[in-house]
Design a protein around this ligand. Sequence first.
Ligand code: UD1
Length: 362
Amino acid sequence: MRIAAVVGARPNFVKIAPILAALRDRSEARTTLIHTGQHYDVRMSEAFFANLEIPTPDVNLDVRSGTAAAQIAGVMERLEPVLAESRPDVVVVVGDVNSTIAAALTAVKVGVPVAHVEAGLRSFDRSMPEEINRVLTDAISDLLFTTEPAAQGNLAREGIPAQRVHFVGNVMIDTLFRYRERAEQSPILATLGVQPGAYAALTLHRPSNVDSAEALGRMVSAVARIQAEIPVVFPVHPRTRQRLAGMDGSLPALPGLRLIDPLPYLDFVCLMAHARCVLTDSGGIQEETTALGIPCLTLRTSTERPITVARGTNRVVGVEPEAIFSAWRQIAEGRWPAGELPELWDGKAAERIVRILLGAAR
Ligand code: UD1
């Protein structure tokens, strides 16, 4: 069976790694890895390939940044001849980024079946770029692999036939468990001069939180209060870096806030694993903190990953500084649930996916 796996942005790399590893052990599969080039900075891309032992991509489409339409169109134009010539038996896409929908749509147009890993998640907020990517990718996928029960319900409501949908668990957690011990060797805490359990970690990159000065200002006010009580380590995504640069001059001095470059995977896992809490607007980090048992404040008004709230350590606290600060106070006072591991988040999701993928070819 010939499989083409397409990845483009940072969270994709974390999700594809265990699938590629599981495919390597199967002699009946031949896998081609295609990088769209959506993320191209060393820190957003190569550092992840190295940490996660992902082979160098067979093809790099090198689309880089642009508007969403330019990015999606760029991937489609460059991917079409690659798929038309190689004609794989299936194209595997992961997550919900622009590269995901672009690759899925291209595959369908050239007549190659699509398998979507992390299908069925819904924030029910259509102003979120990823929500559109999720709904559209699922609508045109032939095989849909889900991480949590809510996804099954969402897909059923959208009329996706149940026989296409497989609840397999979470490949991002496969990667976390695989590298958790190695991440302990990271020198990042010493490098930053922070003590285990005595700092908070922050990530922010959603357009809704960083693209307008008003929204970014709200985040800064919330963080301003928290960093007065505990050091806050903030690896800054390139998008957010650009927006913060635009606010220069109006930013208050915040001595407890440490702005650093985006971290490679192992350093970031180490940073999360020893944090007092994590504040984030990322999707994947909500899941990783649940698996690590670290309190997570999601700085959004919705989540597409409800299991992290129902079972895990995540709370969707919204974007108002007062609400964010009061959630932090609950953590500081030790009033936070320990959470538990969601069903099938056991490090074996990729094996299940590969078994089903290869079974489907017979
Ligand atoms: C994308 C995904 C988001 C994911 C995030 C993880 C979409 C719609 N969004 O958001 O779901 O959580 O990746 O990081 O696909 N840039 C660089 N270097 C890079 C990549 C980006 O400088 O390697 C800058 C570019 O100026 C670009 C901006 O960051 O315009 C945003 O990048 P883009 O890929 O459009 O979206 P992300 O915000 O990274």
